[in-house]
Ligand binder design. Structure first.
Ligand code: ZN
Length: 363
């Protein structure tokens, strides 16, 4: 098996980074027109800077208001907007779902994709993978695209304006990276690009985890006060770049499959991807029989930053056995990344791990 490492072409991060957008696009030979798929807060925060930066670079653009969910219907609407505007590149500005829908369209139309996350709420921005949901918000499929974004530009001034809950969710998503990578590395399974992992990807995933433990609380204090600090910069990099490269080039395992399982329960729909993934991490560690000390470190981190550690924290306080069975069945569906675990996993094992993780978190 060949080793494969996948990454965006260019990564730019920092205070007021959007001001450099036009120049960065020019540097990459992207001359426009550009269709910007934007969430509400991205438009509110960045519209004036787009006008200035893209105007100075003489790049034409138009803005498509994101419909929210990354669904087949939304992808269809954006495709129409790209065609109608004659755009030569697609830029996603906002949270993970906005970026995922822009990426899917860019791939379908074979156009370069630019990723401008305004939150550090997931590791979606750097990858060549879109997560497709139904209109009702249930996980539908992973869409693997051919190319990673040509450019990922993260404006930490915008990230600092976002609600703290989004940064926390991003830490939940990033928390999974090292544990899932470690499982995939140990088991020599294929990563998201169908190759073997590299030592580089493993090292990035581990650095991601260490950064969370070292800087998570300080970064949270920064977003609470809407300030940009070195700790916030390091957590934004961990949530976006380290986690993105780590998961894609090492692989996913039980934690994300448990997330997908949780989406089968409508009670979890108000909760963010990373919040469900964090509980997935605990479930994975229980399933793997990880040492108590390691589980305690993860639980302590989750408690301190405010990530879910119990089913009640995800709206499942009174979940009946049927709901838990539905979650476990969905998490172990054929093709799920839970089958990257180095032992065979069935729904009963996941059901028990969910309940045991819940008991540990509720201590
Ligand atoms: Zn994720």
């Amino acid at each position: 098996m060949l080793s494969v490492f996948s990454s965006p072409g260019h990564y730019v991060q920092g205070r007021d980074a959007t001001a450099a957008l036009g120049e960065e696009l020019r540097r990459l030979g992207i001359e426009g027109p550009v269709l910007i798929v934007a969430g509400n807060s991205a438009r509110r925060l960045l519209a004036a800077t787009w006008e200035r930066s893209l105007g100075e670079a003489k790049i034409e653009y138009s803005v498509h208001r994101s419909g929210g969910e990354c669904s087949r219907a939304e992808i269809g609407r954006i495709t129409e907007a790209v065609r109608a505007s004659g755009s030569a590149a697609v830029l996603g500005a906002g949270g993970g779902k906005v970026i995922d829908s822009a990426r899917a369209v860019a791939d379908d139309l074979e156009l370069p994709m630019i990723s401008c996350p305004t939150t550090a709420s997931s590791d979606a921005p750097c990858s060549a993978l879109s997560v497709i949901y139904t209109e009702a918000g249930e996980f539908e499929a992973y869409q693997l695209v051919r190319r990673n974004p040509a450019l990922v530009l993260v404006d930490t001034s915008a990230v600092a304006q976002a609600p703290a809950r989004l940064l926390i969710a991003g830490m939940g998503d990033a928390l999974a990276t090292w544990f899932e990578a470690r499982t995939c590395l140990t088991g020599h399974v294929r990563n998201m690009r169908g190759g073997a992992s590299t030592r580089s990807a493993g090292a990035l995933a581990e650095l991601c985890y260490r950064t969370l433990l070292a800087d998570g609380l300080q970064a949270l204090a920064a977003v609470h006060t809407h300030t940009v600090t070195p700790a916030l910069e390091r957590i934004v990099e961990a949530n976006t770049l380290l986690s993105g490269l780590g998961f894609e080039s090492s692989g996913l395992a039980a934690a994300h499959a448990v997330h997908n399982g949780l989406t089968a329960a409508p009670q979890t729909h108000p909760y963010l991807h990373g919040e469900k993934v964090a509980f997935g991490v605990l479930t994975q560690l229980v399933l793997e029989g990880a040492p108590g000390e390691e589980i305690d470190t993860v639980l302590d981190f989750c408690d301190r930053v405010g990530l879910p550690t119990s089913l009640a924290d995800l709206g499942l306080a009174d979940a009946d056995p049927e709901t838990l069975s539905a979650i476990a069945t969905r998490a172990t569906a054929p093709g799920e990344t839970i089958h990257n675990e180095p032992f065979s996993v069935d729904a009963e094992m996941v059901h028990d791990a969910l309940r045991a993780a819940d008991a540990l978190g509720g201590r």
